[in-house]
Design a protein around this ligand. Sequence first.
Ligand SMILES: NC(=O)C1=CN([C@@H]2O[C@H](COP(=O)(O)OP(=O)(O)OC[C@H]3O[C@@H](n4cnc5c(N)ncnc54)[C@H](O)[C@@H]3O)[C@@H](O)[C@H]2O)C=CC1
Ligand SMILES: O=C(O)[C@@H]1CCC=N1
Length: 274
Amino acid sequence: MNTALNRIGPIMLVGAGKMGVALARGWLDAGLAASQLVIVHPRPGEDLLELARDYGLALSTEASGLSPNVLVVGVKPQVMDEVLESLAPVIAPHTLVVSIAAGIDLARLASKAGTQRVMRTMPNTPVQVRKGMIGVVSGPDVTAEDKVAMDTLLSASGQVIWLDDEAQLDALTAVSGSGPAYIFHMVEALAAAGKRQGLPDDIAEQLARGTVIGAAALMDAGTVSATVLRENVTSPKGATAAGLAVLMGSHGLIELMDRTVSETRKRTEELGRI
Ligand SMILES: NC(=O)C1=CN([C@@H]2O[C@H](COP(=O)(O)OP(=O)(O)OC[C@H]3O[C@@H](n4cnc5c(N)ncnc54)[C@H](O)[C@@H]3O)[C@@H](O)[C@H]2O)C=CC1
Ligand SMILES: O=C(O)[C@@H]1CCC=N1
């Protein structure tokens, strides 16, 4: 049992799809008692039902009968307005409203939720294993106690990055919110290249996946920079140097990642205007 975590509730999570379930699993793994969490979902999917079974969680099909201290809204940006408006009966003056939606700004959240006590967060899927990167910005009526409570709750899922400038949350979305997808695609690309070099499919996939896991574990094990870790693999005039000359050459990964992150940010900003 994690005492600090269990002083925050009751917590209501509305919309537990991929991300909501990932967050909830992180909190429950960190010691949040099932009695402190109410999950509201009209049609629970298999992942949510499994989470409920694992932790003895009660699921609810509608938000009613409770004004939570923290209301986390985990729906898609496209339905955020209507969902927030429908939550008016459970939002009390003591309720901190927390959105995880990409793009929707604090002013819009506040206007639809009917309170200035709002926060905007941007987690990523590794929150499920408590290795998330989670950006946060606060609305004007968020108290110091709210910030401590959210820092405790979100820290249970990974590293919390507080930002003062809301625009930076869209940049953070494009780096760490979407970032796991870039890395998973790197695994797919490395496996595909291995197959083209004649490796059996299953072995190429095992090698690519295991290599990214091993490289991430090396970064996790210490504070050595990615640059030094890369240099440690790269013997002068050796094999790696030949491959990196392509990856780090003109139109290489730096340019590709720059364009990728820039497009993701642009779309994040668009989602906030839909
Ligand atoms: N998937 C990711 O890696 C990340 C997603 N996000 C944000 O998280 C939010 C959810 O994304 P995902 O989990 O990927 O999508 P998802 O589609 O898996 O989850 C959204 C869930 O909300 C449910 N829902 C819709 N209307 C509802 C209502 N009225 N009441 C309760 N539940 C309702 C849907 O049935 C669905 O299960 C989005 O706003 C997205 O921008 C943020 C960070 C990372
Ligand atoms: O793709 C999306 O819109 C969300 C935001 C960050 C990760 N997934």
